[in-house]
Structure formats: C-alpha cells, structure tokens
Write a protein that binds this ligand. Structure first.
Ligand code: PLP
Length: 458
C-alpha cells in the first residue's frame, strides 16, 4: 500500500516542554516586549518559527558523537571526521573549520575583497553582503527576472541571470570581479532553488573569464531535492551525488552548518586553490583558532560530520521539503497570500496583500508578526520595511520592496500537529485582517534595527 501521509521519519527520544499560554498572557508579554518578538523570551513562545538557523534537533547518533568528541587542540580525531565528511561531499582539498558561516565569509571575502572589487550573486545573504561591503568591495544581486514576481510558478526561481552576469563582467572587467557566488538555496529570495543547468552556465562563464566561483552552500541538500524532482536527468541520482556534482562546478564554498549540517553551531570554508587556502588559513589562525578546530569544540565537529551525512537521507529530505510545502499549500488554499512556489526552509507571507489598508510606514509585516504571536504564540520574523526600510533626508520612510513575514521551519523539531496548529491560527488571522492596525517605531538603533526596535500600536 502507498500511503498519502508523509510521516516524520524519526521517533522522539528526548523531549523539551513547550509552555502553553493564553491570549491574555501573550498580550501582556508582547506589550512588555514593545511589540517586537525578538524581545520575547523563548518560554513565552509556543511555536518558534523565527529561524531555521541553529535550531535543528540533533539525532541520537549526533549526541553519541558529542560524547566521543576529541577536544585535543591539534590533530583532534573529531576534526579528522569533519574534514573527511566535508571532503567527501565537496571533493575539495582544503577545509577550514569556522564557528559559523559568517566567520568563513569574513575570511574569504576579506581576502578576495577590498576597494574596487565587485562580487556578483543570485542574491547575497545579509551576512555575505555585510562582509563584502565591510572589505570595501561592492555586492551586486542578479537573480533571474522571474524571481521578482511572488506568484509566478517557476521551478528554479533561485537561478542567476547569466545575461546580466556577462554584461557586468564586460562592464567592470573580469580582473575587478572578486568572485561570483551562487547561494543555494537562495535564502533571501525565499529559499528558492538553483538548477544544475544554471550552475553549469555560470561556471562556464566564470571559467572563460578566469573568475572564481563560490557556493554559499548552507542548504545544498535541500537544493539537491529540488533538482532531483524538478530538473530532467537527475531522477536516478542520489541527493548526495547531485550535491557533489554541484561542488565539482565551483572553486570553493562557505557553509553555515547551522542549516543543512543539522547542528546548533558550526561552519566551514572549503577551497581548491592552495595559495588562497594558505592565506585564509593564516587568517583563520589569527581570528578563529588553530586550523584543526577553528573556533569549534571537538564535539561540535563530530556532530557536524554526522549531520552532513544524515541530511542526505532521502526519507529525511522528502519529509523536510514536503512538510514545508504542506504548510505553504494549506495557507495558499485558505487564501493567505503566500510567495509561490513554496521554498525549502520557509513559507513567506505577503503582509501587504493581507493588510492592504496598512501603509508601509505603519509596518504591515510587524502587524502580522504580532497577530501570529497573540493568536497562536507563534514567533515569526518581519522581512520588510522594519528590516530593510531606510529614511530619506526629510525623515520619511523609504519602504522595502516587499512587506513579507517569514515562517522558517526548524529541522526535525516540530510534528505535523504543530503545523496543523499554525494553519488553524491563520483562520483567525484572516477573519480579523480588516480590523488590524499598524505600528509605529518609538525607539531604534542605527543598524540592524529589527532586532531591538521598540514599537507602539497605532
Ligand atoms: C545563515 C546564512 C549565512 C550566515 O551563516 P551564520 O552561521 O548565521 O553566520 C550565510 N549565507 C546564508 C545563505 C545563510 O542562510
């Protein structure tokens, strides 16, 4: 018999209590947090969909690995496990461990970047852009045109616009391009995948011009799932083989292992070129730690090595992508304006469409984030004018291009009934939508204001 229900392909050995609360209690918590869910404590939250980064549940094997962790300063056996796992996946000779993704980014973009250099990506993730710009270089995003239409169905909305790539190379000169970066899946673009075909084309262009091509491979396993099921010719390849093929097309990669390596902390940089690896290793030793741990405990490296294999389990990946899609499709059927198609790690809601009566300068995304918390104790994140808005000279808000709210799904943490609970919460959200009012910011820091800004209800 073929079952319709895709079950969680794991049993639960260890549980963490969720403290349940009433709407009245949450009303008080939210007020005390100045209507910014980043300022809530985790025990005030029922379902935490703030991020999929570092929030994975580790397996029994990973916990066993934690106990086996070798904490030797140099030449730890746990480092050997991690190095072998990364080499097996990426086929690259040099592996540098880092405490998380942005440390790998700081090292490689610090080396390749600097004044006058240009980096080109399908979309730079915020920490990637920040590290590039901090070096004095410029970061340009060139996703395909289709990616700008939130309701257009396209199998690989994470793809890079290769015509634009060629134009920019001609325009700026190949010698001024620090690197081309493919982010798989494209996190900032809604967790949309990049096809193998696109990767091949980008790789060919980079080779022709002698430009370094890097993979930001945080979600390379999730990306491989989409390739197997959406791109012809990969039906009989394993997810791991697909990922390995992708790495063959690039010169290096940076990973935040807090995503697809199923650990709570960790990352790495991997490279083919000896000279670059040497320079980066020097920087690693100065700023992160010795080259056989780079800011990680032995136990972290052991868990990372195991997670990097587990993530390619076909039953896990099917459950992972299907359960994210399930949430997105149900919301879509109910009439919640979601970004389509549903990406790998999160569901994005267009808060401006849900609350057309709230103008951007009254933050419709923040209104939805607060409603989700009040009605269901669900924590989500605004990705709109709170996060990306800027002020003009006259003090008026320059709105972000979209007012989105992201529901990111932690890996192996929540069950189907948790997801059903989230879906049910949206019944009430939709019903109350016309009466919902916006917010104003009463206090904010100069940079990254979404983390600590304080709001008042209008
Ligand atoms: C999370 C993430 C990073 C940064 O990694 P950290 O571990 O948070 O420092 C870089 N790129 C992408 C695509 C990410 O999702």
């Amino acid at each position: 018999m073929k079952h319709k229900t895709i079950i969680e392909p794991f049993k639960i050995k260890s549980v963490e209590p969720i403290s349940l609360s009433t709407e009245e209690e949450r009303n008080a918590y939210l007020k005390k947090a100045f209507y910014n869910p980043f300022l809530l404590t985790s025990d005030q939250v029922i379902i935490d969909l703030l991020t999929d980064s570092g929030t994975s549940a580790m397996s029994a094997d990973q916990w066993a690995g934690i106990m086996k962790g070798d904490e030797s300063y140099a030449g730890s056996s746990s480092w050997k496990s991690m190095e072998a796992a990364v080499k097996h996946l990426t086929g690259m000779e040099f592996v540098l461990p880092t405490h998380q993704g942005r440390a790998a980014e700081r090292i490689i973009y610090g080396y390749l970047g600097g004044e006058g250099k240009v980096f080109i990506s399908n979309t730079h993730f915020d920490t990637t852009r920040a590290n590039i710009e901090y070096s004095g270089a410029e970061a340009i995003d060139i996703p395909i045109q289709e990616s700008y239409d939130t309701t257009l169905i396209h199998p690989f909305k994470g793809n890079m616009d290769t015509e634009r790539l060629k134009e920019i190379i001609t325009d700026r000169g190949a010698e001024n391009i620090g690197a081309v970066i493919l982010t798989v899946t494209n996190n900032s673009g809604g967790g949309q995948p990049v096809s193998m075909q696109n990767t091949k084309e980008v790789s060919k262009i980079c080779k022709e011009h002698g430009i370094i091509l890097l993979l930001d491979c945080c979600r390379v396993a999730e990306n491989a799932y989409f390739i197997k099921h959406r791109e012809g010719g990969f039906e009989n390849k394993s997810y791991e083989e697909i990922a390995q093929q992708m790495f063959q097309l690039v010169d290096g990669a940076a990973m935040s292992s807090k995503k697809d390596a199923l650990v709570n902390m960790g990352g790495f940089l991997t490279l083919r070129d000896k000279e670059i690896a040497k320079a980066c290793t020097n920087m690693l030793i100065i700023t992160e730690g010795f080259s056989t741990y780079g800011g990680l405990s032995g136990r972290d490296m052991e868990a990372l090595a195991i997670g990097l294999k587990e993530v390619f389990d076909p039953h896990y990946l099917q459950y992972r992508i299907r359960s994210t899609t399930y949430l997105g499709e149900k919301l879509d059927e109910m009439g919640v304006p979601v970004m389509l198609p549903i990406g790998g790690h999160a569901v994005y809601i267009d808060a401006q469409k849900l609350y057309p009566h709230i103008p951007a300068n009254e933050y419709p995304g923040q209104a939805l984030v607060c409603q989700l918390y009040l009605k269901g104790g669900i924590r989500s994140v605004e990705i709109g004018s709170v996060m990306f808005g800027k002020y003009a000279e006259d003090g008026n808000l320059i709105a972000a291009p979209m007012e989105l709210v992201r529901l990111a799904i932690p890996r192996r943490v929540y069950t189907q009934s948790h997801i059903e609970y989230v879906i049910e919460t949206f019944d009430e959200i939709l019903k109350e939508a016309p009466e919902i009012r916006g917010y104003k910011i009463v206090e904010e820091p100069k940079f990254l204001r979404h983390f600590t800004a304080k709001f008042e209800k209008l």
